[in-house]
Write a protein that binds this ligand. Structure first.
Ligand code: HXC
Ligand code: NAP
Length: 293
């Protein structure tokens, strides 16, 4: 029997009748979340720049789930491409009910080594791309008086910041601000906006760009996580499906962290003391108690 981390959580048909757009849906976490949405009965639109990758994924997904997938090339940096993608999705499925802003670009570098274009490339994909898709779908839902649902994938460094990925941190911080702002503004139109902040979930795209070469061994993410493991793709798929589903209908403007406690581990002043042995704690206790006497 599969473990809870590897099992689907929602009831059968929990997303039946919904059409969901997943940006960056051909690879990694977008592919994992989209596959689960399909298994729960949704129609799926997957988009990114590489049509060949999307078409291969769409074929795999349809075979695995029996659902319907539309693969569309769309660079989220370009608003006219986003409008065209929305139009094609409506033509194919009749309407669109939810948007998962998952597409991202990132690489690791000391900030002073970056060109201005390198910095703005990341801002354009992550922040402007999420803005473009949210705006295109929000305009459509409000015009048609339809409820809508926007789910943004950010990171935990959207709230803490992080060295060496500064363009991504700036952009994800902006996406988080957009999440809370739109939740307040568009709630009255029955458009919910939420975010997920994942910790480490190994994917080819992220690991090749953030931990190239032997960095993956030298900087093993699981050592930073109190639970001493990385995330399973099904775990984020379960959370995303819940937030996209009507079961989370009263959640609006929130960001849910799914990181095994990683960012809090880095934040607490004394959290690094996990290397203190039991003998050392005996010694420390003796010393601290003796100061009282
Ligand atoms: C410094 C770099 C660089 C690098 C590119 N550039 N790579 N600068 N270090 N490693 C510079 C280029 O020289 C150029 O600037 C500018 O960035 C744009 O580069 P292009 O290659 O023309 O951009 P483009 O083809 O649009 O590709 C975008 C990309 C690429 C972001 C650079 O990596 C990509 O396509 N990424 C998509 C997938 C991805 O990144 N997935 C990971 C998401 S992970 P100049 O000045 O020379 O013109 C994530 C997780 C976070 O977000 C948390 C994990 C735990
Ligand atoms: P990934 O597989 O590299 O996914 C990124 C996707 O974005 C790709 O499918 C890529 O497809 C697409 N994309 C990039 N630029 C685009 C553009 N201009 N227009 C449209 N699509 C574009 O990496 P991942 O790890 O699954 O990341 C998915 C999301 O999770 C991202 O938002 C990332 O920041 C977030 N995240 C991941 C982790 C992790 O540990 N993996 C942790 C925290 C947050 P094309 O190249 O075909 O365009």
């Amino acid at each position: 029997m599969p473990s809870p981390e590897e099992s689907g959580m929602l009831k059968e048909n929990a997303l039946k009748g919904k059409t969901i757009i997943v940006t960056g849906g051909g690879t990694g976490l977008g592919k994992a979340m989209g596959t689960y949405f399909l298994k729960l009965g949704a129609n799926l639109v997957i988009t990114s720049r590489k049509l060949d990758v999307l078409q291969k994924t769409a074929t795999e997904m349809e075979a695995e789930s029996g659902g319907k997938v539309l693969a569309l090339a769309c660079d989220v940096r370009n608003y006219s491409e986003v409008e065209n993608m929305r139009q094609k999705a409506i033509e194919r499925f009749g309407s669109v009910n939810a948007l998962l802003n998952n597409a991202a670009g990132n690489f690791i570098s000391p900030t002073e080594r970056l060109s201005a274009n390198a910095f703005s490339t990341i801002i354009d994909i992550v922040l402007k791309g999420s803005v473009n898709c949210s705006l295109a779908l929000g305009k459509y839902w409000i015009k048609e008086s339809m409820p809508g649902n926007i789910l943004n994938i950010v990171t935990t460094y959207a709230f803490t910041g992080s060295a060496y990925v500064v363009p991504s941190a700036c952009a994800k911080g902006g996406v988080l601000a957009m999440t809370r702002s739109l939740a307040a503004e568009w709630g009255r139109h029955k458009i919910r906006t939420n975010a997920i902040a994942p910790g480490p979930f190994p994917t080819k795209g992220a690991w090749e760009r953030l931990l190239p070469g032997d960095m993956a061994e030298k900087f093993d993410f699981k050592n930073r996580v109190p639970l001493k493991r990385v995330g399973e793709h099904q775990e984020i798929a379960n959370l995303a499906a819940y937030l996209i589903s009507d079961f989370s209908g009263y959640i609006n403007g929130d960001v849910i962290t799914i990181d095994g406690g990683e960012w809090l581990q880095g934040a607490g002043q004394f959290n690094g003391l996990e290397m203190v042995t039991s003998d050392m704690w005996d010694n420390i206790e003796q010393l601290t108690r003796s100061t009282k006497r």
